[in-house]
Design a protein around this ligand. Structure first.
Ligand code: GDP
Ligand code: MG
Length: 439
């Protein structure tokens, strides 16, 4: 993956006490190849590499105590800039209802994203109404109604024999009449961009005058996603992009090129099929993920959303200082379950995203139960000082938890690795002293 390639390039650089211009040039060649392989737009790659190179061979980098890390820092900063710098919010209208229109090609994830976004906004205290304006596929109306039922969010529909413009207008009136402050329009897509589609969307736009038009694109389609975004933006004028299916093996090209090519910011990313799998897009965090610096901030936010703040604060402290032990782990396991798929959470921890060994661990719900049982079979002393757990204790714990010594070993190893990684990460953030990142 892109992250793996970049990380191996930078590992070489970081390890060096002295970095020459030739080292930088070599690293940039690798960066260039990695970005192209990730399906990043060629022009974007050229500009990016030129910028980084110019900054990286400057004297303040090469003469610094930690030139390798300085180069990584430059790359990080330029990645952030490439993706738009700061995160962008949805335009909310002073006068309700705020109308948000989702557009895009068939299968991009519009209907799913409408429901995800409605849930996200409700969590922020808003009262969403979803409207089914896709009248071409009978199943589309039903799909939105099912999602609305599951989330307990109202859906406005007029069936399929109606002009979508009339549905949008009706939905607007309904939102006002029922006191809903946010209206989300689920529109129809087509397999390809054509005049019929654009005509219909333009009509809806001029009728209800949305405060926000978001294009939904599938990250897996790489540069095509960027081309689609360009055309939609020209024809319709977009306020932002929702990039879906970033949980799959998308090569990352779309995330890196959309803003640079179209000028439209990515506002949200879809990370799964579930209603909770939508996150605001943060360029700095995305850059950190790509460079394997982990995504502790997102993790903390997720934790905060699902546990009380005092607990989240404690967890943040402990994660940062890498002081947590099995006891904390156990207390938080229940909470962690609420945070989402565990492999995604692990992926956000620094350095874990691309750790082959950890990926193979495949922590699913069953595995979680085993882990819980293993920790419960430890004594309080063992939970606080896992290094006490040697052979005979391992056998006792395995027996007590109905697992094998190997499973106990695996957990100890994973736990130890993650503690080390977090320690390293917090050193990197806070310190900047020499020779810290030889991992
Ligand atoms: P639409 O035609 O644009 O309305 O697309 P849908 O919302 O019906 O989504 C098409 C398919 O993509 C469905 O099977 C969704 O579950 C799936 N999907 C949407 N967003 C995501 C995502 O972020 N990750 C994954 N893995 N699947 C997604
Ligand atoms: Mg749909």
């Amino acid at each position: 993956s892109l992250a793996e390639k970049l990380q191996s390039t930078f590992k070489k650089l970081r390890g060096k006490g002295k970095v020459s211009e030739a080292d930088v040039a070599e690293a940039m060649r690798e960066v260039r190849m990695a970005l192209l392989a990730a399906d990043v737009n060629l022009k974007v790659v050229k500009n990016f590499v030129a910028k980084v190179k110019e900054r990286a061979i400057g004297q303040e980098v090469l003469d610094s105590l930690t030139p390798g890390q300085q180069v990584v820092k430059v790359v990080h900063e330029e990645l952030v800039a490439l993706m738009g710098g700061t995160s962008s919010k949805i335009n909310m209208s002073q006068k309700p209802p705020t109308v948000i229109m989702l557009v895009g090609l068939q299968g991009a994830g519009k209907t799913t994203s409408v429901s995800k976004l409605a849930l996200y906004l409700r969590k922020q205290g808003r009262k969403p109404l979803m409207a089914a304006c896709d009248v071409y596929r009978p199943a589309a109306v039903k799909q939105l109604q099912v999602l609305g039922n599951q989330l307990d969010i109202p859906v406005f529909s007029m069936g399929t024999g109606v002009n979508p413009v009339d549905i949008a207008r009706g939905a607007m009136e309904n939102a006002i009449a029922t006191g809903r402050d946010t209206l989300l329009l689920d529109t129809a897509g087509r397999l390809h961009i054509n005049e019929e589609l654009m005509g219909e969307l333009k009509n809806i736009k001029s009728t209800v005058k949305p405060h926000e038009i978001l294009l939904v694109v599938d990250a897996m389609t790489g540069q095509d996603a960027v081309n689609v975004a360009e055309t939609f933006h020209e024809q319709l004028g977009l306020d932002g992009v929702i990039l879906t299916k970033l949980d799959g093996d998308a090569r990352g090209g779309a995330a890196l090129s959309v803003k640079a090519v179209t000028g439209c910011p990515i506002k949200f990313v879809g990370l799964g099929e579930k209603a909770e799998a939508l996150e605001p897009f943060h360029p700095d965090r995305m850059a950190s993920r790509i460079l394997g610096m982990g995504d502790v901030l997102t993790l903390i936010e997720k934790a905060q959303a699902s546990m009380d703040t005092q607990m989240a604060r404690d967890m943040e402290q402990k994660l940062r200082k890498a002081e947590f032990n099995f006891e904390d782990f156990l207390v938080q396991m229940q909470q962690m379950k609420k945070m989402g798929p565990i492999d995604q959470i692990l992926g956000m921890l620094p350095g874990m995203g691309n750790m082959k060994a950890l990926k193979d661990v495949q922590v699913d719900d069953k595995e979680m139960k085993h882990i819980e049982a293993i920790i419960l079979s430890m004594t309080q002393e063992e939970r606080q000082n896992p290094q006490l757990i040697k052979d005979s204790r391992k056998r006792r714990i395995a027996r007590g938890s109905g697992t094998s010594v190997q499973q106990v070993n695996n957990l100890l190893k994973t736990f130890d690795q993650s503690r080390k990684l977090m320690k390293q990460f917090s050193d990197m953030r806070g310190g900047g002293k020499k020779g810290k990142n030889k991992a």
